[in-house]
Design a binder for this molecule. Structure first.
Ligand SMILES: [Fe+2]
Length: 476
């Protein structure tokens, strides 16, 4: 293992090997505030008539095709699409052979209004009972307007299953967004962990809100039709717009993006969990109640008890609002969730927590601030081997632009920060190691900028710590 590990380092790390070594060292002088400056596309949305939003040809052709995991363990997908002229069938024909769609699944169709905008017919179809590690071809739509796509199911749940996740947040629909999306698609990522703020349609008013959700659906289809994106919601999904008579939070998002929340016994599609390959992924909602005794709090308490590091060593949490960020934008907005959940994250030795919201990139060291209890205790973050690494990837490229101002000097908890657009990749190799990169959009090229090897919080621990976690001593 040591030999292959060394080879991987040489292949992957390029000039940034120094950063990796420093990340092992931990605290001290290793903190980096990157001052890299690059040209960028303007922070304006791509015009609607641009081919990035091309409408597929043919009467009532399915558009805005996207898939997500459809069950707890990765043997199902939910396939979603929109038809505009008429509902048409909510049927998916699929099979493991390109020329023989031997199976059929039946879905549902809905639509909704937003101000005077009337949505197209939104289809969601659960395709379940799939085999692991298999390429499936699927067909939706009718006759000449039908369209065909494919996806690959993950390996079965196994502690040593290798798998590559992409992490994207705050994407929007500018040319910077397109650059991020295209770079991700070249990365070899197999599934996207999406950390909230999708279309930024709420930057528009009246009927344009719905129209920009539709354009975003067509924009992301180049990736989402072929691999699952694991969704979490951000503040731009709330769309509380009383001046337009729209006050139902998350209306467009919930209509358009389905999640497998019932498979993890969640009562709400905004928070849920899935297991995929060697990872247990928990999705939280930063903008739903989470204090003690709320449904989200009670659900998370039960879900954490279900995590089995012997089967899924990698425990990953997604949320929109970062808990640790040293950017001036949205500073300390995550403090209320930190106060409620941080002690659980530490006790359960969460590996990684990904968030968005702040339009920049930042990675923390393993730190916690759980000793302060209002009455006494330290009230600042301290190094903590049991704590997660917090990573902000709110740099997808939306029209609001970059958040370029950081607290100065860089706090001790911050390992690397840079205000550039990009995305992350997490290559899980086995139960002990994962290669992680933040990939900057650098003048149209994808450049691996912050590269780290993560050791699993359970399997890379010594036996004593592992037994401690097995005994589940955490106070819940
Ligand atoms: Fe946000």
């Amino acid at each position: 293992m040591l030999v292959s590990f060394g080879v991987r380092l040489i292949l992957y790390q390029h000039l940034h090997i120094v950063l990796i070594i420093l990340s092992f060292v931990g605290h001290g002088d290793a903190r980096v505030t990157s001052t890299f400056v690059r040209s960028e596309w303007p922070s304006t949305d791509i015009p609607l008539e641009n081919e990035a939003f091309a409408i597929p040809k043919g009467h009532n052709a399915p558009q805005q095709v996207h898939i997500t995991q459809g069950d707890y363990d990765g043997k199902a997908v939910i396939i979603s699409w929109v038809t505009t002229a008429e509902p048409g069938p909510s049927k998916v024909q699929y099979g493991a052979s390109k020329d023989n769609s031997e199976f059929t699944a039946e879905g549902t169709v809905t639509n909704y209004t937003f101000y005077n905008y009337k949505s197209g017919y939104i289809h969601h179809c659960l395709v379940d009972g799939l085999e692991y590690n298999t390429k499936y071809y699927y067909k939706i739509g009718v006759g000449d307007s039908s369209r065909e796509f494919w996806f690959q199911t993950p390996p079965k749940i196994d502690p040593d299953a290798s798998y590559t996740f992409g992490v994207i947040g705050d994407l929007g629909q500018t040319f910077n967004s397109l650059s991020t999306l295209e770079h991700y698609m070249q990365s070899g990522g197999q599934t996207v962990l999406y950390v909230g703020d999708l279309s930024y349609a709420d930057r528009y008013t009246y009927n344009d809100v719905g129209i920009r959700w539709d354009s975003w659906g067509r924009f992301i289809e180049r990736s989402t039709a072929y691999q699952p994106w694991i969704w979490s919601a951000g503040n731009h999904e709330i769309e509380y717009m009383p001046n337009m008579g729209e006050v139902l939070p998350f209306k467009s998002y919930l209509q358009r993006f389905s999640t497998p929340h019932t498979a993890s016994n969640s009562s709400n599609p905004l928070w849920y969990a899935v297991r995929r390959a060697s990872a247990h992924i928990i999705v939280l909602s930063s903008y739903s109640p989470f204090v003690k005794y709320t449904p989200q709090w009670m659900w998370l308490r039960e879900e954490l008890k279900k995590v089995d590091r012997e089967k899924t060593p990698w425990l990953i949490i997604l949320m929109h609002m970062p808990i640790y960020s040293s950017n001036l934008a949205h500073y300390m907005e995550g403090e209320s969730m930190r106060a409620v959940f941080e002690s659980w994250f530490v006790c359960f030795k969460v590996d990684l927590i990904f968030a968005g919201h702040v339009h920049a990139y930042e990675r923390s060291y393993r730190i916690s601030n759980i000793h302060y209890n209002v009455s006494s205790g330290d009230r600042y973050p301290v190094p903590d081997k049991s704590a997660p690494v917090y990573i902000t990837v709110g740099d997808g490229g939306n029209q609001e632009g970059l958040a370029g101002r950081f607290w100065d000097p860089q706090p001790d908890y911050s390992a690397f920060r840079e205000a550039s657009y990009g995305h992350s990749t997490l290559e899980i190799r086995n139960r002990t190691h994962a290669f992680y990169h933040w990939n900057r959009n650098d003048d149209g090229k994808k450049v691996k900028t912050d590269s780290v090897v993560f050791y699993n919080q359970y399997w890379a621990s010594n036996l004593h710590r592992r037994r401690g976690l097995q005994k589940s001593h955490c106070k819940l």
